[in-house]
Design a protein. Structure first.
Lengths: 333, 324
């Protein structure tokens, strides 16, 4: 019974968010453009649970490069309204649009000259009528018995806030450096800001076979080093090519007798490379661009220094650094 | 044609007051409506649930409707269940009621025709049926999905619910403005998805328990509101998105919680057949003349006992007093 009830609540909340999908339209774009054009900050306000949602959205916007601040509506009329300037954008959050504390401060905000955006389920409400743009965050059903606490409606407002933050990130082309700047302690930012040299495989851990080897030897090397590919090098370790699991698969599909073939018959010549001083984020972007999972690391003379796999960049458990980011390239089991 | 906006909030599933000889109790209906009108947002008459509509033929529904028009005088949206056992019967009832409304041009209030299509028609061809109906009358229509009602038919349709794909087609007709929904919550979610693109379409909870557990934004069709309109109004007011209630006030929340228990207990008392018990309560309060039902009940003592027990259980301050 309890599990069924929990599932029901989750379904209702999920539906609440899904129902927003069709309502994201020109108003949403207008909000994004207003925020981007604003010279001031984004001020978020809401009472009760909507206030908590406003705080969270403010935090998300701050983390993603949009300076934001929470304004408590009750404190606003006792002096905090002074934080708002005409260059600011105010987001007012109220499911009913009839929250008296919010509706009290809206005329004052309008007098200051700040633009007002409403997040509300009451699109005909007094609050909605006082806003420059209204985002409809209404939900068909609340999950809480007797509607005692807003549930699906606050979830929907929160999700709309996230949608806004992500849209702003993309419009501003928020990059990994920004993420690193605002998340010095965040694990994703931390991981993507490390240098390739800190996560790449080096020395004997690099799967490598010389030109002229048989395909069988390449397969044995791939199997032994367990990262799904091997580099092919000249005698002086100049990079000549790469053989991945995909290359082997394609050769098999061509019904070729790969055991009898040489590595040069199977390998992809001109494999993608990256400098060891580039960041993991840049390596990841390169992999995404070319749809690959390995990058060779070469020096100025195109000689192999190492190899990096997608999972190394994202922090695969097997490859996780045990001794912090200052270590040199880690060992490979 | 201007389509009226469907009501939002508490719609009472009105009982049909009858005298001992099973003729309509007009004075009782008047008293009951005078009592309910200030406390509810809409009225559903002759419903298949509390209104015993399945036992009311076309002529009696017409009589009931005309009485309701006289008392309501356009003050509240009036919803009328038009369904009969056949397509022809339903169409005939719809036309009779529509003509009666036309005769009262001065009425002025919004009227909605409520229909349970699967009671007499399969899913196949429903859009065509409703296109015809919409041509016949000017008033807006509200669908009524009740799998329990269809299950109880002597020859039930293969499907007991309106198919979601069919509903998606039906909501394209502007004259269909809402749906009273009984069934599983999973189906309710599917219906919501089907109607999402139609702005202003209302989906009411026809199952009071659903509304009490997970209130919908359009409102509820409540049989219990005949006997406990104040409590239901408070609960609906608290649940709807239009509410600006002080939800952080513990006393207010306690009050809503108590009201919820009160109406849930009432629902437990009348169960799936609300008319006998609710009529007993209303008759005991002097609002209607008798607790007579449209269908024969061999032993009314059980309903009497249940009603008396419920009325005795609660603090008098909760029990709304009938107007003198």
């Amino acid at each position: 019974m309890i599990i069924e009830q929990a599932k029901e609540v989750l379904k209702i909340e999920a539906q609440g968010i899904l129902s927003l999908v069709d309502r994201v339209g020109p108003e949403f774009e207008k909000v994004v453009e207003l925020v981007l054009a604003a010279k001031g900050r984004v001020i978020l306000t809401g009472m009760g649970k909507s206030g908590l949602i406003a705080r969270k959205i403010a935090s998300t916007l701050n983390s993603t490069g949009t300076p934001s601040q929470f304004l408590h509506p009750a404190e606003a009329i006792h002096g905090d309204l002074g934080m708002v300037t005409r260059s600011d954008i105010v987001f007012a959050i109220s499911n009913s649009g009839r929250t008296s504390e919010i509706n009290t401060i809206l005329p004052m905000l309008r007098k200051i000259g700040a633009k007002i955006i409403g997040f509300t389920g009451g699109i005909d409400s007094p609050m909605a009528q006082s806003c420059d743009v209204v985002l409809d965050v209404s939900v068909e059903r609340e999950a809480c018995p007797l509607g005692m606490a807003p549930t699906a409606s606050t979830t929907a407002a929160l999700a709309m806030g996230d949608a806004l933050a992500v849209a702003l990130i993309n419009r501003r082309r928020f990059n990994q450096d920004d993420f690193r700047k605002f998340h010095p302690g965040g694990s994703l930012g931390e991981r993507l800001s490390v240098r390739v040299k800190e996560v790449m495989l080096t020395g004997a851990r690099v799967p490598m076979v010389p030109l002229g080897s048989t395909a069988r030897r390449a397969i044995e090397e791939i199997d032994k080093k367990k990262i799904g590919a091997t580099l092919v090098t000249e005698a002086d370790y100049t990079l000549a090519g790469i053989i991945s699991d995909g290359d082997l698969r394609r050769a098999l599909l061509r019904r070729e007798h790969i055991h009898r073939m040489g590595v040069e018959d199977i390998m992809s010549a001109s494999p993608k490379t990256i400098d060891q001083n580039k960041t993991a984020a840049e390596a990841l972007a390169l992999m995404e661009t070319y749809g690959i999972t390995h990058l060779a690391i070469v020096d100025a003379n195109h000689r192999v220094e190492g190899i990096v796999h997608l999972h190394d960049l994202l922090g695969r458990k097997d490859f996780r650094l045990d001794d912090g980011l200052n270590s040199t390239a880690r060992t490979h089991r | 044609m201007t389509v009226s906006i469907p009501p939002q909030g508490l719609i009472v599933d009105l009982i049909t007051p009858l005298r001992n000889d099973r003729t309509l109790d007009g004075r009782g209906l008047g008293r009951l409506l005078d009592y309910l009108l200030p406390r509810v947002d809409g009225l559903l008459v002759a419903s298949p649930n509390a209104g015993e509509g399945t036992y009311l033929d076309s002529a009696r529904r017409l009589e009931l409707f005309e009485m309701a028009l006289v008392v309501v005088r356009g003050r509240l949206p009036l919803l009328v269940w038009i369904t009969q056992g056949t397509e022809e019967g339903t169409t005939e009832t719809l036309l009779r009621l529509s003509k009666a409304l036309e005769r009262r041009r001065s009425y002025g209030g919004p009227v909605f025709w409520v229909d349970t299509p699967l009671y007499y028609h399969s899913n196949r061809g429903l859009p065509a049926l409703y296109r015809d109906m919409c041509r016949m009358v000017d008033e807006p229509l509200i669908l009524y999905n009740d799998p329990g009602l269809i299950k109880g038919l002597a020859k039930p349709m293969k499907r007991r619910d309106i198919r979601t794909a069919i509903l998606k087609e039906l909501v394209q007709l502007k004259q269909i403005v809402g749906l009273i929904f009984l069934g599983t919550l999973d189906r309710a979610h599917n219906y919501q998805r089907a109607c999402r693109e139609r702005k202003g379409f209302s989906i009411y909870d026809g199952d009071e328990s659903h509304f009490l557990d997970h209130p919908s934004r359009s409102g509820v069709v409540s049989a219990g509101a005949n006997a406990a309109p104040e409590a239901w109004k408070k609960i609906t007011g608290s649940s709807l998105p239009t509410a600006a209630a002080p939800k952080s006030d513990p006393e207010y929340l306690q009050r809503v919680w108590d009201m919820g228990k009160y109406v849930q207990d009432l629902k437990d008392v009348y169960g799936p057949m609300p008319a006998p018990v609710i009529k007993e309560i209303l008759a005991a309060r002097g609002l209607i003349e008798t607790a007579t039902c449209a269908y024969p009940i061999e032993d009314t003592s059980a309903a009497k006992q249940k009603a008396a027990a419920w009325m005795a259980r609660y603090d008098p301050e909760f029990t709304p007093t009938a107007p003198s």
